[in-house]
Design a protein around this ligand. Structure first.
Ligand SMILES: C[C@H](O)[C@H](O)[C@H]1CNC2=NC(N)=NC(=O)C2=N1
Length: 96
């Protein structure tokens, strides 16, 4: 499935609406680290994100150590950032 990449302007607008997220150095993904009180809360967050990801058919790349979750969003089918990344990031922020 071919999905359109965001334009430079759309990327800037997206990041302006997503404080805490930053653009990866190659410009093809956005990243954010989440920190929770303990592992159980971090894993509960990941479980909630997993349900969102399935609903949106759009999945994060992530790494968890104890209470920290490092998350990267990119659209593999687009080879970079797409509206799907913005939509998922906004839904994730709404969980906090
Ligand atoms: C067939 C394809 O794997 C699906 O359309 C979805 C699954 N989840 C996905 N997640 C992400 N991050 N990028 C994708 O391109 C993607 N594609």
């Amino acid at each position: 499935m071919t999905i359109a990449q965001l334009t430079q302007q759309e990327c800037e607008t997206m990041l302006g609406n997503l404080p805490g997220w930053s653009l990866r150095s190659d410009g093809k993904a956005i990243e954010r680290t989440f920190e929770f009180a303990d592992f159980v809360r971090a894993f509960g967050f990941m479980s909630s994100v997993a349900i969102l990801a399935e609903k949106q058919d759009h999945h994060p790349e992530w790494f968890n150590v104890y209470n920290k979750v490092e998350m990267t969003l990119t659209t593999h089918d687009a080879g970079g950032l797409s509206q799907r990344d913005a939509t998922l990031a906004e839904a994730i922020e709404a969980l906090l």
